[in-house]
Ligand binder design. Structure first.
Ligand code: CTP
Length: 401
């Protein structure tokens, strides 16, 4: 279906690539209107975008003529998608804090449609803690972030910060647009680590950050699903619209997941559940004088295997984080846990895995497999969710047609 795409162009050298973006979007039959910031007009003339989009470019918030032609509220309502490419650090900061001192930031505040940003900036600006906080905040408000990509920058430096190429932005935006495939689907996602207490102050846990599970939750919300997020302790903002069930131990996670999966269409087990818990939970702090020697452990229940045993059974998607023999272990888990899909990734490597913002996945299902190459966890989550939506559709063609 053809979309109405409002393209916001900010001031950066990548602004010239936004012209190609307009051309590609229009070539595929979509309608594009362009909003330029004052700085963007220093890089490319509005006439370029006017010629490519076939419409006058919008720039001013307080311009009587432009407001008469199409008010900023009307423009925000017109759009099916708001795409900001390139998005500068300044624009991301404004958006993250609700500032609305120019047309584009005001449009973002007024927009009720899906919003995408394709950041472009110097690698140090992208890596700065405040920019990362701003982007995390925007992602928790369901803004979809595309890139940035790594490579040589206009300033001559190397690193993450280049705008993703227009063809890839185009593909990702339109793929996302189609993933309304999950509207009204109930998804339960487990995320993060569990904590298995030894005494009131100590516990056994693992390195899971929860980033993959949270990225899946926000991609699922974007695709129109009802999302219940059963989360171990993590340091991440809850995606807007998700129903959060905070838990600590594997046993608490088991209870919450089983309860919510009774009415779920899909369960995604992204949590790194501790396989064992201490047999004894001391009532008071264990003192070193006591010389406890060994800690006796007992096995925790396998949550995902229990979900796969429910009747009716939701579509069950597991993860397998492996340090070796990934394919064999993943396939074995797929079979023994009776999963519909398993997403396997390497851990303990230089890039990707538990604490990283990036990851790559090798996805297996009975009779098939697909590789999702190294990218940021939000892009990866959208790609994995697309696969999951296809599997749900195959399993249950009526409900999701
Ligand atoms: N899982 C679970 N409950 C557990 C252990 C794991 O639901 N008690 C789920 C995880 O959420 C993940 C999948 O099972 O979706 C695979 O987890 P993983 O830790 O890789 O597998 P294990 O079965 O624990 O096997 P091992 O630790 O031997 O690799």
């Amino acid at each position: 279906m053809n979309k109405r795409i409002l393209l916001g162009v900010c001031g950066g050298i990548a602004a010239y690539k936004a012209a190609e973006l307009v051309r590609l979007l229009r070539k595929q039959g979509h309608e594009v209107r362009v909003v330029m910031t004052a700085a963007a007009r220093q890089f490319v003339t509005p006439l370029t975008f006017q010629a490519l989009s076939g419409h006058a470019v919008h720039s001013e918030l307080l311009d009587a003529e432009q407001e008469q032609a199409m008010s900023h509220i009307h423009l925000a309502r017109w759009a099916d998608i708001l795409l900001i490419a390139p998005a500068t650090a300044d624009m991301l900061a404004k958006m993250a804090h609700g500032l609305a001192d120019d047309l584009l930031s005001t449009l973002y505040l007024a927009a009720e449609c899906p919003v995408f940003v394709a950041p472009a900036m110097n690698q140090a600006m992208w890596g700065k803690a405040v920019t990362q906080e701003n982007i995390a905040r925007l992602q928790s408000h369901n803004v979809q972030c595309i890139g940035p990509a790594a490579g040589e920058q206009a300033c001559g430096e190397q690193g993450l910060g280049r705008m993703v190429e227009p063809a890839d932005i185009c593909r990702q935006v339109l793929e996302h647009g189609q993933s309304g495939a999950l509207s009204d689907v109930n998804i339960v996602i487990s995320a993060g680590p569990t904590r298995e207490p030894l005494d009131p102050v100590r516990y056994i846990t693992n390195r899971s950050s929860g980033k993959m599970g949270y990225a899946l939750a926000s991609a699922a919300l974007f695709a129109g699903a009802n999302v219940t997020l059963v989360s171990g302790p993590v340091n991440l903002p809850t995606p807007a619209g998700a129903k959060l069930i905070p838990v600590e131990t594997a046993l608490q996670m088991y209870d919450a997941v089983i309860t919510h999966c009774r009415t779920a269409d899909i369960y995604i087990g992204a949590a790194a559940v501790a396989d064992y818990r201490p047999q004894q939970l001391a009532d008071s702090k264990i003192k070193k004088g006591g010389d406890i020697g060994n800690i006796a452990l007992v096995k925790n229940p396998d949550i995902i295997a229990a979900v796969a045993g429910l009747q009716p059974k939701p579509l069950v998607v597991g993860f397998a984080a492996e340090t070796d023999d990934l394919e064999n272990y993943a396939k074995h888990k797929l079979q023994t846990k009776n999963l519909d899909l398993i997403a396997a990734n390497w851990v303990g490597q230089t890039e990707g895995g538990f604490e990283s913002d990036r990851n790559a996945l090798q996805v297996f299902w009975p009779g098939g497999q697909q590789i999702l190459p190294m990218t940021d966890k939000h892009t990866l989550a959208a790609q994995l969710l697309k696969l999951i939506a296809e599997k749900l559709h195959e399993k249950n063609p009526v409900k999701n047609s």
